[in-house]
Design a protein around this ligand. Sequence first.
Ligand SMILES: [Zn+2]
Length: 1012
Amino acid sequence: MIENSMFEEEPDVVDLAKEPCLHPLEPDEVEYEPRGSRLLVRGLGEHELDEDEEDYESSAKLLGMSFMNRSSGLRNSAAGYRQSPDGTCSIPSARTMVICAFVIVVAISVIMVIYLLPKCTFTKEGCHKKNQSMGLIQPVATNGKLFPWAQNRLPTAIKPLRYELNIHPNLTSMTFRGSVTISVQALQATWKIILHSTGHNISRVTFMPAVSSQEKQVEVLEYPFHEQIAIVAPEALLEGHNYTLKIEFSANISRSYYGFYGISYTDESKEKKYFAATQFEPLAARSAFPCFDEPAFKATFIIRIIRDSQHSALSNMPKKSSIVMEDGLIQDEFFESVKMSTYLVAFIVGEMKNLSQDLNGTLVSIYAVPEKINQVHHALDTTVKLLEFYQNYFEIQYPLKKLDLVAIPDFEAGAMENWGLITFREETLLYDNNTSSVADRKLVTKIIAHELAHQWFGNLVTMQWWNDLWLNEGFATFMEYFSLEKIFEELSSYEDFLDARFKTMKKDSLNSSHPISSSSIQSTEQIEEMFDSLSYFKGASLLLMLKTFLSEDVFQHVIVLYLHNHSYASIQSDDLWDSFNEVTNKTLDVKKMMKTWTLQKGFPLVTVQRKGKELVIQQERLFVNMKPEIQPSDASCLWHIPVSYITDRKQYSQYQSVSFLDKKSGVINLTEEVQWVKVNVNMSGYYMVHYANEDWEALIKQLKTNPYVLSDKDRANLINNIFELAGIGKMPLQRAFDLIDYLGNETHTAPITEALFQTGRIYNLLEKLGHMDLAARLVTRVFKLLQNQIQQQTWSDEGTPSMRELRSVLLEFACTYSQENCRTTAMKLFEDWMVSNGTHSLPTDVMTTVFKVGSKTEKGWSFLLSIYYTVSSEAEKNKILEALASSDDVRKLYWLMKSSLDGDIIQTQKLSFIIRTVGRRFPGHLLAWDFVKENWNKLVQKFHLGSYTIQSIVAASTHLFSTKAHLSEVRAFFENESETTFRLRCVQEALEVIQLNIQWMEKNLNTLTLWL
Ligand SMILES: [Zn+2]
């Protein structure tokens, strides 16, 4: 999956002081509750209870209940390396391991005593009789009977082999009927079959051993709290034997974007149309049909859909047959699928057209609603090229006979990689020659590349559990950039990847960050929260570092081996590292190295200092927040870092020297005296670099004399590092501005966009606090630096993609910050466009800027809105929407957010984008937060708690607050919502960001006032 807006700009974060990794927030802000042995009877009507499953386990142990703990093996195997669940520093030496083992044994003993004692033991009141008499912990099913399974994860005694699924949706009544026949195998003798199901009205369940033809109706127990049902078999299931289970059910078609969901839209002739699609990842297959809904339970699927004749139906596999039924309805049956996880199952019903092309026996098709079929050509060409590239690169053929890519009229995520039936937003798949910009072209290409890579990484080889989501998403993200660089080099996608790495490290430097491979993922919200930019971009960044370090050939060799070894299976991170070690053959222990990156949150700050011919290097964890009263406890933080560097004597064309730092400090022999050294070449390593004063000095001097001896990636990297370091007080802010003084000579996109981003977020904070004069001075300074480049821009779509993107950025900057010439030209273009009634074509790369300037007048805004209703290009719609949401009129902004929440005029899928745009600018930033507060329940209902959309909305509406009053308000709001809400990582991150903003202002405001 790729989340919507993940590919867009992350909210600004301003950081400053430090805080050690062990304290996510101030200690007094977090209340740690000793775990008691509360014995609960839980069941119907108690779903609001929020304790985690360990409560069951501990209590169950007390009662001597036997549990098949399928996750324990996984946990134990990782225990040697895995540190605290929040990923604070690890990877001990052997000696440390022994000491640690002893300490852990003692600690566990103490914890067990505390754990097993009643909670009340440690309270002033002591234990009341009530506690002692509470019942046993045993889940109770909806019918009042005991439910025979107490864990979140399913037991492993039963394995599904094959599903036959029949679905009959009614798109007008928004209901569906279905039946699923599941062939299962007993891996252990058992009486019960536990599987997932939620929201179903189950009418009949039958059970049949494979050796018999006698179906027996059996009872089903439902336990909604864990979204599970239990089928108690009439006879013991014997190890190694197969059985068949048939479940008949009905349910509502979902009105959210999750599960089997329905939408309506108006076509070009203003007729209302219905459409239904699925989005199952991560946990919603269970809401469409009863199933073993965990990624490791792979099985095959035969799917049959009953539909009206005017609709088409699609599923993962090619269609096998269509039968006209007595009532005129049509039943489509699809071929049996390959073995796959439930979250990859998909089906779609609606009016669609397609364009297809055969590629060596695989029929590639792009589907869209009929009136948009002329926008699918770019996607088809791109898909065919990428599919061919991946098949060659992975040395494994795409295994299905068809691959459909479908633009869904209303879709929450960016796209979803369902095997053989990839679903997209319209804006991420369709390309309109007249209105799609170069950025839109890149977006569509990247997302197709991402989802196609998943057909191998994720679909063919799947993570066993969501804690290793990065194996899916990190790889798909890495391959997305890698494949683009190989076959669409002209798009310069490396610039986007570089930018994504900067933003990811920003997020990863917060205490609310997490290790990308975490052992403690269990609850629905925890699983949802794994879908954040760290799993995607940190994962991809680590793979880039490894590829650069090991060489491209070795990397490819490993990938091929890994995919071949684990096809149709489920894996953990260790399986990947084992493949690496098999290829590196003990010359490098990749597993040991990479665990320092995947099991720890954060990343290292590498400090370097030249001493004669030597370079002294040190590593420490980069802390963004250090309160003086809390000293950092980072002694155990250690990464195995490939430290690459270039100097004025050893440059790119010769070779990039690499040294391996697996200790706190080391020395690199440069072999000769050099004038400057730049460490972390092309920023291919996931770390930040701080130089000694004179080394910074030498680099700044080099940039001013001839910046082009350094690559554009390195120039952007220096700008990023120096501003981030200034942010945490390691450099004076003046030095950062001193470094970007060379920008007048800069011709490349990446360094300029990074400089604009860094200065832009300072501007944003100053403006929101009302320091208008200072903000204006900042803009003047930046404008002076870039005035030559701005003046050189034409209002056209000419040039390379990179030049075109630079044009968008520069003209947007100039027009936003009141550069008169810019606004006059934009207004003239807008007026001509308005006179032509929106038919006159505008240069696509500057369209947003033109619309934004035009939207400042009442007439312009209303005209844009009227056009929004009529255009069929999502690319154009988004540009209009961004302009509408950049209005200075708060009533208009409120109306936009409200309309999008209602979903009639503006689709709800656009809401997070609108909130983000509104929240960024001065007129709307308070309003956006008010809106989020007012509508929190509706938002959570629509997008569900923990989802990427909710993460994005929380960040967008709070990230520019920098006062204590706002900090208290945001905290109080989420605290009052619920404990689960308050504990969400995005909420903790929002609070941390506000704190850091406050500190940044305290530290820098006076200095800025004095010298800017
Ligand atoms: Zn993905």
